[in-house]
Design a protein around this ligand. Structure first.
Ligand code: SF4
Length: 209
């Protein structure tokens, strides 16, 4: 998105994020962000994201926005979706402890509604800077909102999943959100697709020195 197309609050967020020299500074600045009035008024926590203790993740997982449990705890993917994500990461041979876990939007939309375009635009400054600071070469976009953030607003998940997309020096994989895997059940296509994509990501990482 071009800076020209950003509203004033989005430019303010982008400037604050760009000024953060490291993860701790970014987390501190984001934790008091009020750029989206409705979200800032209803959230309990800004869910900035998890990073490995080393600060250098092997890969980055990016979801849509925090849910109720994430809002309560201040941590990403810790509710039912998080439990399934952890399970499928393990089955795929990936370790969440080696990942950074982020969301496109850091504050819970009321009632878990889909984040609105201006909210995504405002929060993008934080995510962009997070990705730069983390420097991980592999990103997994979980769900359509995240896939659209990386690959464009016309993205159709079925058309882009199953292979990496080179973007800004990173390999971006887009796949199902764990909540879709829960919604369609243990024998549904989203769960199988998510596991297959995570397994492919694991194979890529394994082959990377
Ligand atoms: S969603 Fe992002 S931009 Fe909006 S108030 Fe929360 S941290 Fe700020």
């Amino acid at each position: 998105m071009s800076p020209v197309g950003l509203d004033h609050d989005a430019r303010t967020v982008a400037a604050a994020a760009a000024a953060a020299p490291d993860w701790a500074a970014l987390a501190a600045a984001a934790s008091t962000c009020v750029a989206c009035p409705e979200l800032a008024a209803t959230r309990q926590h800004v869910v900035v994201g998890d990073v490995p203790v080393t600060g250098r993740p092997r890969f980055v997982l990016v979801g849509e926005a925090p849910g109720a449990t994430e809002d309560e705890t201040g941590r990403p993917f810790v509710g039912k979706s998080g439990a399934l994500l952890d399970l499928l990461l393990g089955e795929a041979g990936l370790d969440r402890a080696e990942a950074a876990v982020l969301n496109v939007v850091k504050c819970r939309p009321p009632g878990n509604r889909t984040p609105r375009a201006p909210e995504v635009a405002r929060c993008s400054g934080w995510l962009r800077r997070q990705l730069d600071l983390l420097g991980a070469p592999v990103v997994v976009a979980l769900g359509l909102s995240s896939a659209k953030w990386f690959l464009g607003p016309r993205t159709v998940l079925a058309a882009v999943r199953g292979r990496p997309h080179e973007l800004d020096g990173r390999a971006v994989w887009a796949t199902y959100h764990p909540s879709a895997a829960i919604r369609f059940g243990p024998n549904g296509a989203p769960r199988a697709g998510l596991l297959a994509d995570l397994t492919a990501v694991a194979a890529t990482l394994e082959a990377t020195p």
